[in-house]
Design a protein around this ligand. Structure first.
Ligand code: AMP
Length: 192
């Protein structure tokens, strides 16, 4: 079972992916996490994308497609892949279809987490405030300016994927505003 979690920043993709990993032995592939790891470890690529990420824009298709290509394995003995934050453009969606078919796999389901934008903004700024309050550091892109750019990037570049996967017959839309447990149940229902 290979699935995509699709939705704007703050929709709960990461939270739900973590549950699927714990409950179904699935493998989470988050390009956002991979890019942050590349920054932390100070790789060349990490340095190149830092500014783009902090601004809230998308990094190039080549970079993220390359990251996903490195992770996909044909003989992985797991419950399948959860693509979290990837694909974010139509070019990435096409590339993913090709990469999966190259390893003899296919996409089984695309789950769109639908949320209201006002709630989204409150969630993300709340996440930043909570990190700081607990002695941690907020994500560099969890501030109002970057958030606005990230939302625009979502609507301009990523939201066309909703229609793309609907037309392919892969799309399941879920109310992402319900509690974490209820959203998890809806996802389970969609993929079982
Ligand atoms: P995320 O953790 O998924 O919100 O991603 C954080 C940031 O990483 C995004 O705002 C982008 O700058 C970059 N990023 C993550 N995934 C992608 C992707 N699939 N395509 C382009 N940029 C991405």
């Amino acid at each position: 079972m290979n699935i995509i979690l699709l939705g704007p920043p703050g929709a709960g993709k990461g939270t739900q992916a973590a549950r699927l990993v714990a409950e179904r032995n699935m493998v989470q592939l988050s390009t956002g996490d991979m890019l942050r790891a590349a920054r932390t470890s100070g790789t060349d690529m990490g340095r190149r994308v830092a500014e783009v990420m902090d601004r809230g824009d998308l990094v190039t298709d080549d970079i993220v497609i390359g990251l996903i290509r490195e992770q996909l394995q044909s003989d992985a003995d797991t419950g399948g892949y959860i693509f979290d934050g990837f694909p974010r453009t139509l070019a990435q969606a096409d590339a993913l279809g090709q990469l999966l078919s190259d390893i003899g796999e296919k996409l089984d389901c695309v789950i769109e987490l639908q949320v209201n934008d006002d709630v989204l903004i409150k969630r993300i700024l709340g996440r930043a405030a909570e990190s700081v309050a607990t002695g941690g550091q907020a994500r560099a892109d969890d501030n109002e300016d970057s958030l606005k750019t990230r939302l625009l990037a979502y609507y301009k570049q990523t939201s066309p994927l909703v229609g793309y996967y609907y037309a392919k017959g892969d799309l399941k839309t879920i109310d992402g505003l319900a509690s974490v447990d209820v959203v998890a149940q809806s996802i389970a229902k969609a993929i079982d």
